[in-house]
Write a protein that binds this ligand. Sequence first.
Ligand SMILES: Cc1cc2nc3c(=O)[nH]c(=O)nc-3n(C[C@H](O)[C@H](O)[C@H](O)COP(=O)(O)OP(=O)(O)OC[C@H]3O[C@@H](n4cnc5c(N)ncnc54)[C@H](O)[C@@H]3O)c2cc1C
Length: 321
Amino acid sequence: METHDILIIGGGPIGLACGLEAKKAGLTYLIVEKGCVVNSLFNYPLNMTFFSTADRLEIGGYPFPSIHPKPNRSEALEYYRKVAETGELNLNLFEEVLAVNPEANGLYTVSTSKANYKAKHIIVATGFYDIPNLLQIKGEELPKVRHYYYDPHYYFKQKVLVVGANNSSADVALETYRKGAEVTIVVREPELGNIKYWTKPDLENRIAEGAVKAYFSSRLLEIRENEVDIETPDGVVTIANDFVMAMTGYQPNFTFLKKLGIELSHDALKHPTHNPETMETNLPGVYLAGVVCGGMDTRVWFIENSRIHAEKIVAHITGKL
Ligand SMILES: Cc1cc2nc3c(=O)[nH]c(=O)nc-3n(C[C@H](O)[C@H](O)[C@H](O)COP(=O)(O)OP(=O)(O)OC[C@H]3O[C@@H](n4cnc5c(N)ncnc54)[C@H](O)[C@@H]3O)c2cc1C
């Protein structure tokens, strides 16, 4: 069985950054990713533009050239794939980590869908994009309800209801409206939320002119095959509907974290326990990196401010070795 200094769970931008940092320090490592390289980014909307400039998405000192002020999804896929290739990262794809168990000798045994490994240290860089926050209302199980959005073309001539008032909702509403969908947006709060500064006025103007219908201080009550009920300040409104785009955010895989033995805070945020200086969890030699660190608070960590986790972790490990 292979033994590594570090086994990194997750081949997202931050998992890759950890691999590059480990390599630079002369440590042996393996990155195990359950999907393709940067799987979350691959599943982002087709026309998605990052809010960060390219330099802030760079890892391992590799420059990220972009012809746009803010890079888009395709450029990011090119960049991270090229970094993995040029950096000759030790990366296994389409292999899921199922369990991590401590041994008496201080090593960890890692069981995946394909093999078993031993490692002195584990880095959990599993992100938060695999599990959507559910609406928990009647009809949510219908196939027309989507928690992920890809291409606006699909929604031409469709009655689309968008739930949420942040970046993803704004992008879905504007893109599908411009491809000929009839768009309604339902916002729990009295106004739009945290939206990219170049997108927000566009959506505000479309709402003001009535091109996109918006219900504020409202919530979706029930979804049926051809219509939905919305609770509004003026009472319950029923409108015809073909698709519900529930852009209500995502959450880390807490079941996986708990199975590993990582403690979570007891409040609604479920922060995974870790030392912010070293990123070490309550389990010795097991670290957290990237956006998984925020628990339910998924707006705290991004690529740009969590790249640093790679350096912190490897510095702690090499200090120990
Ligand atoms: C639409 C959107 C736009 C964003 N825009 C920006 C931006 O402009 N700037 C910015 O800095 N941040 C942005 N973010 C936040 C940040 O880019 C992402 O969350 C980023 O993917 C975080 O990187 P990560 O490596 O921590 O997690 P992820 O990229 O989610 O990587 C985690 C990886 O772990 C894998 N994995 C999970 N469980 C297992 C397992 N058991 N075994 C093996 N592999 C596993 C997953 O498949 C995934 O590939 C955005 C996020 C979203 C959703």
